[in-house]
Design a protein. Structure first.
Length: 212
């Protein structure tokens, strides 16, 4: 398991060990539902938080965003693309793969010597409830110029984020007009995102299916 993901993957074999699924044909929706129910099992949420807090301590002073992603989609999420408007990813990269039932964690930091803050977006590819490819986007603005932390999330076709760059300025505008919480249902996907306050807030995104 990678160093920046936490928790055991929730797979068909996991559900087969549960009485209610022992004789049932297991589907994506079942895996997603159990993953959501087991979001904090084994303190995996606290382990992810501790990891990113330690990254912050190692990084030192300055504006930064402590990001946590939980996968309750029933399938693995794969890193697709990211865009920095202010700042950059910290010492460790974005998690490449986040299995169903796992937390991913990373730190995004301001550029050395600049006060603008941490403003960026990242997209992960996965499946919707019908097994179609979807891009899951989270974005945050921890911008000392604006003095107000904001977040945004959406889901679109996976190709939407790779075939052109027209979405990039749109997302910047959306997050700039957003608030400290956002949720969206689209195309068989459901996602939520929230942020804290201060110069180093915790951003938490949860990716789900819209009927799990």
């Amino acid at each position: 398991m990678a160093y920046n993901v936490f928790g055991n993957p929730i797979q068909n074999s996991t559900l087969k060990g549960m009485p209610e699924y022992k004789l049932k044909a297991i589907e994506r929706n079942d895996r997603a539902k159990v993953a959501l129910q087991m979001k904090n099992v084994g303190d995996k949420d606290l382990k992810a938080l501790t990891f990113v807090e330690n990254l912050k301590k190692q990084h030192g002073d300055g504006i930064s965003t402590l990001c946590l992603i939980y996968n309750a989609t029933g399938d693995t999420l794969t890193y697709s693309i990211s865009k920095d408007w202010c700042g950059h990813i910290g010492h460790f990269p974005y998690p490449t793969l986040i299995a169903n039932g796992q937390w991913g964690a990373f730190l995004h930091v301001q550029k050395l010597g600049t006060p603008e803050g941490s403003v960026a977006t990242v997209v992960y590819n996965g499946k919707n409830k019908d097994g179609e490819d979807r891009g899951r986007l989270l974005a945050w603005s921890n911008n000392r110029v604006a003095y107000k932390n904001k977040v945004f999330t959406e889901s679109r076709t996976a190709e939407h984020y790779l075939d052109n760059v027209g979405w990039i300025p749109l997302i910047y505008d959306y997050v700039d007009k957003s608030g400290t919480y956002k949720s969206e249902k689209w195309g068989g996907c459901f996602s939520t995102i929230s942020t804290g306050y201060g110069t180093s807030p915790i951003v938490e995104a949860i990716f789900m299916l819209d009927d799990a």
